[in-house]
Design a protein around this ligand. Structure first.
Ligand SMILES: Cc1ncc(COP(=O)(O)O)c(C=O)c1O
Length: 398
């Protein structure tokens, strides 16, 4: 199965591009890094920053309480969960950390993860496992670059407490079989933490279907929200099993000199201080994606991914990093005779944004191969076939 499948969709590319000011001057294939925001998102942020300067920051926040509440409702519609299960967090790395650290592990318990785990997550897993005397086990990938679910099943023991999986890696576009992992986790009664940073906003995500208990998502990538925004999903059924590491006046009420009560919802993982403009911008971005429809978005991204990949491969000197047919909008590749770093610089001088996937960020998956860098071209629904053609011509250097 290929992401996107055979869905009929009606995205008006011309309108989408008009609503994306960055399209006028750049060819932006760095959506996995940070996508270009559409006008409604830019306006939501800008309007609130101006309001803060006109009436004062706290006073401005009071004026927009309804819109801030809408943020939770929009994220809940995106994930098919309840607004009480959403927390606004400053970035996804911290959202993931808050979830991990809240699990009351006992020494000797196990965490299972895959070889595609995001680099910062895996660094923290190593650090955390060392400090808390936990066993960290990496499940191998199969020939498709997917977590080997049979091995995952075999490696479960009564000491397994958590499965942590990155849905789409930063350095490789293959989509991991999250729902299969979720089924294994549910059957075993093990917590499942999904890093959906690269999949949120480009694939439909239903936390019930996937079966994850915890999920972190970034605002600035495929959701097209502002930088410095993210959210955490905490399933209601596991809220009371978790013990937040940090508690402030947002996360709890201070009831008496020595007494406090944690908030009854996922916002016990939030801090009081935040970018309200960022939160409104991200809420607007989520609503924008919901209005277009996640099936339509996935289908369009898939169409463009196939279009671009086929043309790149037709050049004859390109090797793809992706291994499966189940792929996202992230395309990584090497070009014979030109390093990824030089290629990226050459493309940049022609107004084309890409990024680089590095083995130093993906040691589990890619630590042993001689290749140390691949170019990462990540497409979004607002990119066009004309841009893809121009990009391929530029890559060819002919
Ligand atoms: C798969 C994945 N997880 C987590 C992150 C970290 O997200 P943030 O930069 O919002 O902390 C990234 C960022 O590139 C990512 O690609």
């Amino acid at each position: 199965m290929v992401a996107g499948g055979q869905v009929n969709y009606m995205l008006d590319l011309e309108k989408l591009r008009q609503e994306t000011p960055g399209c006028a001057t750049r060819l932006h294939f760095n959506n996995a890094g940070c996508a270009l925001s559409p006008i409604p998102v830019i306006e939501a942020v800008d309007t609130h920053l101006r309001l803060e300067q006109q009436v004062g920051g706290y006073e401005a926040a009071a004026i927009v309480t309804e819109q801030t509440e809408n943020f939770y409702a929009a994220c809940a519609r995106l994930l098919h969960c309840s607004p009480q299960e959403i927390a606004y967090v400053e970035n996804s790395t911290r959202a993931w950390d808050y979830a991990l650290h809240a699990i009351p592990f006992k020494p000797g318990e196990q965490i299972l993860t895959g070889a595609m785990e995001y680099g910062s997550n895996y660094l923290e897993l190593m650090h955390f496992a060392k400090r808390r005397e936990l066993e960290l086990i990496v499940i191998d990938s199969d020939a498709n670059g997917h977590i080997d679910v049979a091995q995952l099943q075999e490696r479960l023991t009564p000491r397994t407490r958590l499965i942590a999986l990155t849905h789409v890696a930063s350095h490789r576009g293959d989509i991991q079989p999250a729902a299969e992992v979720g089924r294994i986790a549910r059957n075993a009664g093990v917590l499942f933490l999904l890093d959906a940073c690269q999949s949120i906003g480009q694939l439909p995500i239903d936390v019930e279907t996937i079966g994850c208990d915890l999920l972190c998502a970034s605002g600035r990538k495929y959701l097209r929200g502002p930088r410095g925004t993210a959210f955490l999903y905490v399933a209601e059924h596991c809220l009371t099993q978790l013990d937040p590491v940090f508690v402030d006046l947002q996360a709890a009420s201070w009831d008496s000199a020595q007494g406090y009560t944690l908030r009854p919802d996922a916002r016990r993982f939030e801090c009081f201080e935040r970018s309200v403009a960022g939160q409104l911008g991200l809420g607007t971005a989520v609503e924008y994606a919901l209005t277009l429809g996640l099936d339509a978005i996935a289908a369009r991204i898939h169409e463009l991914t196939v279009f671009l990949t086929e043309r790149l491969l037709a050049l004859g000197d390109i090797t793809l990093g992706e291994r499966s047919d189940c792929r996202s909008g992230i395309i990584t590749f090497e070009k014979r005779g030109e390093s990824a770093v030089l290629l990226q610089q050459r493309l940049q001088t022609q107004g084309m944004n890409t990024s680089i996937a590095r083995s130093s960020n993906a040691r589990l998956d890619w630590g042993q191969t001689p290749t140390t860098e691949r170019l990462r071209a990540s497409v979004h629904y607002y990119n066009s076939e004309e841009e893809a053609e121009r990009f391929v011509t530029a890559v060819s250097g002919r």
